[in-house]
Design a protein around this ligand. Structure first.
Ligand code: CAA
Length: 386
């Protein structure tokens, strides 16, 4: 077994690190404080290939693999978790289902501008009364000749306020069990597609999310994604990929907090010596270092399996993606907590980054499937398949 990165993966990692340190990190604290959408960073990520990392070159993407995608997500999220999730939603939740389930026309229309940063995607599954129970959606799409009429609402839609298109799921045949919903691509500007004002949240302040209303929103059948009734499976298989991105985001957040805590522990003196000399601090650092590595290995394995699944239909990564997301997100909560503790009062201050990392880590245990749902997925898979 070889855990070393290929030359291409190292190049992408380095280019993401340079971008993150040079352009993202200097803005991150101010973006968070102001809750400002980082339009200039989204544009730059498009130009550098980070908005379509695993989209094939023939569709305008960078044509890299999913390990590279996870590496880039870790670097960018270490600088700014908000910028990380904007990138993640465009890559994994909006571009990936179009690539996997779209018609040739849909791929040609959307993938290149999404990869280039000219168009931004979002993903509409969650509703006010259904988050974890994703199949219980109240939004409907009713067929009317060559069109579909969408009515309902979606909420917590990351990228929603700025998005140029949404991959959205609606009930088309209530009572048909796992075949009751269908996916659609709805472009911004379609009458009846109404994104609302950004939500107010605990963290990731610069990554705007919102509620979106669909009111008599008519779209042609050509904008249906996949077959009628295939919506739930498209959503679940998309989330199998999305969870790798969120795991890598959590890893980036945790790594940033860890690196700052290590540097601080070497500088800060107490009782006449740097606090890094104290075992109480060394034990925290040991646990953090080990957990970061464990999360990274789970993420790389899930990403490698996703790459294999692209050419081998027998390969699944549902369980491995859920494990990576569950472990990395809970790890990020623990690591940012301990890193803040090492900083003491300065960690609690808005003059430093620790409180931002601490707040930003928390969402990774909630979106794209809560920790509880990850345990349901892993447990269900383990009992069925081992
Ligand atoms: N890939 C493909 N198909 C899948 C699948 C997968 N990963 N998981 C399940 N399916 C299929 C099953 O095989 C089954 O098919 P059949 O009926 O043909 O046998 C069908 O889907 C139903 O499966 P389940 O009975 O397991 O479904 P369930 O209703 O019990 O739900 C669940 C399973 C795991 C709880 C699921 O609802 C779930 O993942 N919930 C969490 C949703 C979520 O992650 N939401 C996040 C929203 S997105 C977000 O946060 C975006 C953002 O803005 C950042």
């Amino acid at each position: 077994m070889d855990l070393s990165l290929t030359e291409e993966q190292q190049l992408i990692q380095q280019s993401a690190r340079d971008f993150a340190r040079g352009q993202v990190e200097p803005l991150a604290r101010a973006l968070d404080k102001a809750g400002r959408w980082p339009a200039e960073l989204v544009k730059a990520m498009g130009e550098l290939g980070f908005m379509g990392v695993a989209v094939p070159e023939e569709y305008g993407g960078a044509g890299a693999d999913n390990v590279s995608y996870a590496l880039a997500m870790e670097e960018i999220s270490a600088a700014c978790a908000s910028t990380g999730v904007i990138m993640s939603v465009n890559n994994s939740l909006a571009s990936d289902p179009i690539l996997k389930f779209g018609t040739e026309e849909q791929k040609r229309e959307w993938l290149a501008p999404m990869a280039g940063g000219q168009k931004l995607g979002c993903f509409g599954l969650t509703e006010p009364s259904s988050g974890s129970d994703a199949s219980d959606m109240q939004t409907t799409a009713v067929r009317d000749g060559d069109e579909w009429v969408l009515d309902g609402s979606k909420n917590w839609i990351t990228n929603g306020p700025a998005a140029d298109l949404i991959v959205v799921f609606a009930t088309t045949d209530r009572g048909a069990g796992s075949r009751s919903s269908t996916a659609f691509i709805v472009p911004k500007g379609t009458p009846g597609y109404n994104p609302q004002e950004p939500d107010h949240k605990l963290g990731i302040h610069a990554a705007h999310s919102c509620t979106i209303f669909f009111e008599n929103c008519r779209i042609p059948d050509a904008q249906r994604l996949g077959e009628p009734g295939q919506g739930f499976k498209i959503a679940m298989s998309t989330l199998d990929g999305g969870r790798i991105g969120i795991a890598a985001q959590a890893l980036g957040i945790a790594r940033a907090a860890y690196e700052k805590a290590v540097a601080y522990a070497k500088e800060r003196k107490a009782f006449g010596k740097p606090i890094a000399d104290k075992q109480a601090i060394q034990f925290k650092i040991a646990d953090m270092a080990m957990e970061l590595d464990a999360a990274r290995l789970l993420i790389w394995r899930a990403a490698m399996l996703k790459d294999q699944a692209a050419t081998d239909a027998s390969v699944r990564h549902t369980k491995e993606s859920a494990m990576a997301k569950l472990y990395a997100s809970e790890m990020a909560t623990r690591v940012t907590h301990q890193a803040l503790q090492i900083f003491g009062g300065y960690g609690y201050s808005q003059e430093y980054d620790l409180e931002r990392h601490y707040r930003d880590a928390r969402i990774t245990e909630i979106y794209e499937g809560t920790s509880e749902i990850m345990r349901v997925v892993i447990g269900g898979w383990a009992l069925k398949h081992g």
